[in-house]
Write a protein that binds this ligand. Structure first.
Ligand code: NAD
Length: 350
């Protein structure tokens, strides 16, 4: 039996509650891939500020870098909100981890569950069959370009190199091979020079993947198509700013934020897996948080970082089964507690 090392970063608010259920579930399915997970837990975010006076305590980055994967709950909460630029903030831990681990591709699958179609703001006939993956470039573009102010003028610059575009495009094409074989590259090539370079480099990567169909789409059109015909998309790849906006738009298709997983991957080293939602201070400590987004993030971890596809599939099937049977946490209109949902998923993942 092989052993893998996973760093657990429960974080703040409902983070520890949902991560606890994901850990139980992973332990439950790991024998399917003849694997044992060695867990190592660390404080990050607000709880780390309380204890260590900094959001990312010494040694945590090194522990993550030496692991096979990192599973994070969420960080932040009103207790640590501050406008003082000299005070530590919980989200600094996340930004430092993404940069330190070189996580340049953020993956967010969106696949609404048939039993929850009614929870979507879109009509059922529009979302039926939707199964898409947004691959967002995470460490380049306008968020990291030169910015400043000169008198009454302010500027932010968007820069991309061919290499930055190539590596995230490769993640998208490799993902498409394991899915329906289609990539939609989103840009604004009719206006932006960085988008024209983006399109050119994506075409080059496409030439190396003849089995994958590529379409280019302007971002304004993509924003419309995502809500008018989401089921036509397979893999969407786009730069940082467009991806930030489109991935939140796509997330709304499935109705509840408590269901959405994500993965951030780099070229080498561990991936970081976390639910899309935050620390939900309004429901912290009540035992009612939905652990499914974190459990599905753990399933992505099993598939992408731990070479454990059977366990990943078992978790995804269990979520489908349990939701299909009508079991639901409060965010989905039910009364099932966080821990009860963990128990249900474990029973269905056997
Ligand atoms: P949030 O995602 O924490 O909560 C938004 C709403 O969704 C709340 O009503 C909450 O109760 C509900 N919700 C979220 N997750 C849920 C779950 N698993 N089950 C049931 N309901 C759930 O967003 P917010 O309120 O804007 O942010 C709260 C804190 O989280 C802030 O401090 C913010 O900075 C932080 N945050 C952290 C991350 C992260 O760690 N990656 C991401 C987003 C927000």
């Amino acid at each position: 039996m092989r052993e893998v090392r996973v760093v657990l970063l429960p974080g703040d608010g409902i983070g520890p509650e949902v991560v606890g259920e994901a850990r139980r579930l992973v332990d439950h399915v790991s024998n399917l891939d003849d694997m044992r997970v060695m867990w190592e837990s660390h404080a990050v975010g607000g709880c780390a500020i309380d204890t260590y006076d900094k959001p990312l305590p010494d040694g945590v980055m090194e522990a993550c870098a030496a692991s096979h994967a990192v599973l994070l709950g969420a960080v932040g909460g009103p207790k640590w909100d501050t406008t003082d630029p000299d005070k530590p903030r919980p989200e600094q831990a996340l930004l430092a981890l993404r940069a330190g681990l070189g996580l340049f591709a953020n993956l967010r699958p969106v696949k609404p569950f048939p039993s929850l179609y009614e929870a979507s703001p879109l009509r059922t006939e529009r979302i039926e069959g939707t199964d898409l993956l947004v691959v967002r470039e995470l460490t380049g573009g306008i968020y990291f370009g030169k910015s400043g102010r000169e008198g009454d003028m302010a500027y932010d610059t968007c820069t991309y190199t061919r290499e930055e575009i190539r590596r995230v495009a490769e993640v998208a094409f490799e993902s498409a091979i394991t899915r329906r074989g289609k990539v939609t590259s989103v840009d604004k090539a009719n206006v932006l020079e960085s988008s024209r370079l983006w399109r050119d480099e994506v075409n080059r990567v496409a030439a190396e993947h003849p089995d994958v169909e590529l379409e280019h789409m302007l971002v304004d059109n993509a924003a419309m198509q995502l809500v008018s015909r989401p089921s036509d998309f397979d893999v969407i790849v786009t730069e940082n700013l467009f991806g930030d906006i489109l991935s939140d738009e796509a997330a709304m298709i499935s109705g509840s934020i408590g269901l959405l997983p994500s993965a951030s991957l780099g070229g080498h080293g561990p991936g970081l897996y976390e639910p899309v939602h935050g620390s939900a201070p309004d429901i912290t400590g009540q035992g009612i948080a939905n652990p499914i987004a974190t459990c599905l993030s753990a399933a992505m971890m099993l598939r992408y970082s731990l070479d454990a596809p059977r366990g990943a599939q078992a978790i995804e099937n269990a979520v489908n089964t349990i939701l299909g049977m009508g079991h639901a946490t409060r965010d989905l209109g039910g009364t099932v507690s966080t821990h009860e949902m963990g128990d249900l998923l474990m029973s269905a993942a056997s």
